[in-house]
Design a protein around this ligand. Sequence first.
Ligand SMILES: NC(=O)c1ccc[n+]([C@@H]2O[C@H](COP(=O)([O-])OP(=O)(O)OC[C@H]3O[C@@H](n4cnc5c(N)ncnc54)[C@H](O)[C@@H]3O)[C@@H](O)[C@H]2O)c1
Length: 394
Amino acid sequence: MPTPMDTGKRVGIAFLGCGYAADFYGPTLPNYPEIELLGAYDPASDRAKSFAAEYGGRVFGSMEEVLADPDVEIVVNLTPTTEHYSVNKAALSAGKHVYCEKPMTTSMAQARELAALAATRGLHLCSAPATVFSRSAQTLIRAVHGGVAGTPRLAYASLDMGPLAFMAYRDWRSSRGVPWPYREEVGNGCVLEHAGYLLTWLTAMFGPVVGMSAQTVTPFADQWEGVVDDVAPETSFGALRFADGTVCRLTIGWAAPADKSLLVVGDQGVLSVDDVWQASSPVMLRRRVHTSGRDTGYLAEPEQLPFVLPPLAHGYDDEAHDLTVAAGIADLARAVRSGGRPLLGAEYSLHILDVSLRLAAARSTEEYLDVPAPSATSLWGDRYRQPARISVPA
Ligand SMILES: NC(=O)c1ccc[n+]([C@@H]2O[C@H](COP(=O)([O-])OP(=O)(O)OC[C@H]3O[C@@H](n4cnc5c(N)ncnc54)[C@H](O)[C@@H]3O)[C@@H](O)[C@H]2O)c1
């Protein structure tokens, strides 16, 4: 199969939107010789100028100018989520392949309409996130498919980012100084912003989601008064059943302290990644072993699996964001040249969006128990009157 380099022509890309997230993309572009950054447009023209100055390409004067440029083959849509549908539609209508930041849209009806438009025009419609291309993800996926822990039965996956409401989010800036758009992020909620990061790994390992139940909560909604009117989910609990039978307890959130771990429990051992946010987080295997019966342990000491990919040469200059964002664009570019299918194509991206929207909407699945429910203090109050044995720091 010829690579884009074999054909001698790199795939021209242009960015629509040069805000905060664009600084995750720019530094990683040099990892992918198959793509050529032709330029960028942002109605905030200073942002497009600083983007082009930092990462290359030219400043386009309008979205229409980008869409009219025959050298632009892929439009990278980094506009705010509310703009995704109209910008994607305009780009597809102009004959461009689209790589859109997540969520692709905020409704399945819109996403299906876009997918149909792309199919009619013979174009690809892809959606971030692309962390599934990280060397951690690729190593874990191949280990699961290779059966190194036997048949997977259960997974525990968390993407708790820490309690956003108590962080200095107003001060966060990208490397070009673009402020983090906290109102949009909190208004979208942790699920639409982050569920895809884990769902892509999980579906790559276990196949599509075939059944699910979920709940969302907003534990710190009071902290956003005067900042965000309608606080979207701050934490989501999901129980997902995948096509291969694996069931996953999935937690997505920005209320609890950080926990970005993933555990795959197979019938021959356990695979784990401590931090799915870091592209090079080690993949550990603990094999099932015979035990003496004198203790409850059944797993051998952890061993690190060799990575199946080398580290990337170029990354975002920030310890907190070791992401492989531009890998999805490169995968799309290869599909454009080879006539193959991109991994994050419309069918796959629509499934991830579908599950994300279901997780985000799961606010009313709670069942109420018909029992008298005394408060914890009325149950335990008498104990508190006993002489204190534990000193609680003030
Ligand atoms: N902020 C993050 O940490 C982060 C990380 C990954 C992905 N994302 C996703 O990336 C997308 C963009 O997020 P962001 O944080 O960069 O937002 P942002 O608000 O910082 O930037 C969006 C930019 O798009 C521009 N824009 C609006 N309409 C446009 C149009 N029609 N054409 C071109 N530009 C237009 C705006 O002027 C703005 O500069 C969102 O979907 C978000 O969910 C955000």
